[in-house]
Design a protein around this ligand. Structure first.
Ligand code: CMC
Length: 418
């Protein structure tokens, strides 16, 4: 199968077929408009491939997720988040020497310019941490104007400092500076939770669990925020400005914001006497805007492999930390009831990675307001990998077309009628 044929009126068009390494098939429609004047129409891009990419493979029918050919289950079990960052951004797992150099670079670019601390003073105390994160990342471009490769390291190193400082600001505690002797995740936890009045020791269970969770969030091919990054980056915008738009896209409740929405939903159900049936009925009711948050996915139609790993981690972390969270029981019951319900079965709606991640974060003592920021911290290497791939491949400016449905040409009415 090397060509596809399309008949449009009296015209027959032949279009090349592009086949990926995992036999994914795409019809390359480059000749369509030039030859026929027509375009494809695909709102929400459910059937549109926007690029070829060698970074992440997903088979939604079989619940498969791989970064650069490695199964997510293997990476979660055997790699660190720093190794996965290297894998995504530079294309290979690091050798021991490369890892040492990479870690050294990451540790030596964590500081923010002291002036940037003043930016935090300007935000209101209840500022949304994702809005602060996006604004702070965009403002990095005012400090590092030259578009060079070091900016990738700077951003990978500084995002956790920016994130932790925004949390400290939100609770009115003094900022904690990064420590170069701590590993990536331990340093983040230290900046989040250390206070000047007592010694802070990073809990190894928490550090390991967070490291694994960040790996699970690290990339997901052409999702909404990554597509935003590729769209904005295609204009030639700099790395910081581009990634800040990815953060904005991620903040929405249908995307990364779902992890916060899940906890709010579970709390609501708990406060309402854990009446699962009522909320399942609401989710099924077309006239009710309520959706089962953390359920459903555009790509996964059997199960989300990340959700399976997170559910297991939720049990382990709560057990190891000796915590019982009533929300975990509610989540498991909700999942059980939903998966037996014809509405969810028919539409192939399963728990996604956001369904259980919030419960693990809560157990680790991470505040709900920071859940989506943690998603951004994990997704950063993925966004950067796509930005870099797009630049390296010299992708064209992204500029979709439309089918216009507004008024046809009409004269401007006389001034008195306007
Ligand atoms: N609860 C109830 N019904 C749902 C849900 C849900 N969570 N998700 C989808 N549906 C129904 C929807 O109403 C529609 O029904 P019908 O065919 O009768 O009109 C059908 O399932 C298909 O839904 P869709 O909205 O057309 O599917 P989509 O691919 O556009 O949306 C989604 C995918 C993730 C936005 C959606 O499933 C959803 O809103 N889920 C809740 C939010 C959520 O958990 N988001 C996190 C996604 S995973 C993390 C990430 O990568 O961002």
């Amino acid at each position: 199968m090397s060509k596809a044929t399309l008949t449009l009126g009296n015209q027959t068009l032949e279009m090349p077929v592009v086949v990926g390494t995992e036999n994914e098939v795409g019809i390359s429609i480059g000749v369509l408009r030039g030859s026929s004047g027509a375009i494809t129409l695909d709102p929400g891009y459910g059937n549109t491939g926007s690029c070829t990419s060698a970074i992440t493979f997903i088979d939604g029918e079989r619940g498969v997720l791989r970064y650069r050919g490695y199964a997510i289950e293997d990476l979660a079990a055997h790699a660190s988040f720093v190794e996965v960052m290297h894998l995504l951004v530079y294309g290979a797992l690091p050798t021991a020497a490369q890892l040492e150099r990479f870690q050294h670079s990451l540790a030596h670019h964590t500081l923010l310019h002291e002036d940037m601390k003043k930016f935090y003073e300007g935000f209101p105390p209840k500022a949304q941490p994702m809005s602060v994160l996006s604004a702070m990342v965009a403002s990095l471009s005012t400090y590092y104007e030259t578009d060079d490769d070091l900016n990738i390291i700077r951003l990978l190193a500084k995002l956790k400092t920016i994130a932790a400082l925004s949390y400290k600001k939100s609770i009115g505690q003094p900022f904690v500076y990064p420590r170069n002797d701590l590993d990536f995740v331990a340093d983040f936890l230290h900046m989040m939770f250390a206070v000047p009045t007592e010694a802070y020791h990073v809990n190894e269970v928490v550090r390991k669990a967070l490291d694994m969770l960040l790996i699970l969030h690290a990339d997901h091919e052409q999702n909404c925020s990554t597509s935003t990054v590729r769209m904005v980056g295609s204009s030639g915008a700099d790395l910081f400005s581009t990634i800040s738009t990815g953060i904005s896209a991620l903040s929405g409740p249908l995307h990364g914001g779902a992890n916060t929405a899940v906890i709010k939903m579970l709390e609501l159900i708990r406060a309402d006497g854990s009446d699962y049936a009522k909320y399942i009925a609401k989710a099924k009711d077309r006239n009710d805007p309520f959706r089962l948050m953390g359920f459903g996915h555009r790509v996964y139609k059997q199960f989300d492999p990340r959700a399976r790993l997170i559910k297991k981690a939720a049990d382990q972390v709560l057990d190891q930390l000796g915590i019982t969270d009533p929300l975990l029981a509610i989540a498991k019951n909700l999942e059980r009831v939903a998966l037996e319900d014809e509405y969810f079965v028919k539409r192939k709606l399963y728990p996604n990675l956001d369904f259980y991640s919030g419960i693990v974060y809560r157990a680790m003592g991470l505040p709900t307001s920071m859940f989506t920021v943690l998603f951004a911290l994990g997704r950063l290497p993925g966004w950067i990998a796509h930005f870099k791939e797009m630049r390296d491949n010299r992708d064209r400016l992204h500029r979709p077309r439309q089918i216009y449905t507004g008024p046809m040409l009409r004269p401007i009415p006389p001034i008195e009628y306007r």
